[in-house]
Write a protein of this length. Structure first.
Length: 99
């Protein structure tokens, strides 16, 4: 999973919500910019933490999926071989019955 943009998205969403609320509440400019800067920094750090957690969890899931694919690929080839043997045995049995 691509998680590169998660910190930026979390930061922008938090900044947009904070800016909208402070604009509606008619906060003065100095307080607005100070609070917005603090909110952006805090939510950027939070976004980075979320990204790290997702990367670790999806790495584990990807490793399990790759192991499952490798096991599944070996099992499929074995199944095909066994069905070919069954078909060959059926042909041999029908050939013996004709003679």
């Amino acid at each position: 999973m691509k998680t590169k943009h998660i910190p930026a998205l979390v930061t922008l969403l938090a900044g947009a919500v904070a800016a909208l609320l402070m604009w509606l509440w008619k906060v003065d400019f100095f307080t607005f910019t100070r609070n917005l800067l603090i909110i952006l920094v805090v939510f950027y750090i939070l976004g980075c933490v979320i990204k790290l957690i997702l990367d670790r969890n999806f790495k584990d899931m990807d490793d399990e999926a790759k192991e499952g694919e490798e096991t599944g690929a070996e099992g499929e080839s074995g199944e095909e071989t066994s069905t070919e043997n069954v078909d060959t045995e059926d042909e041999n049995a029908s050939g013996e019955e004709e003679q």
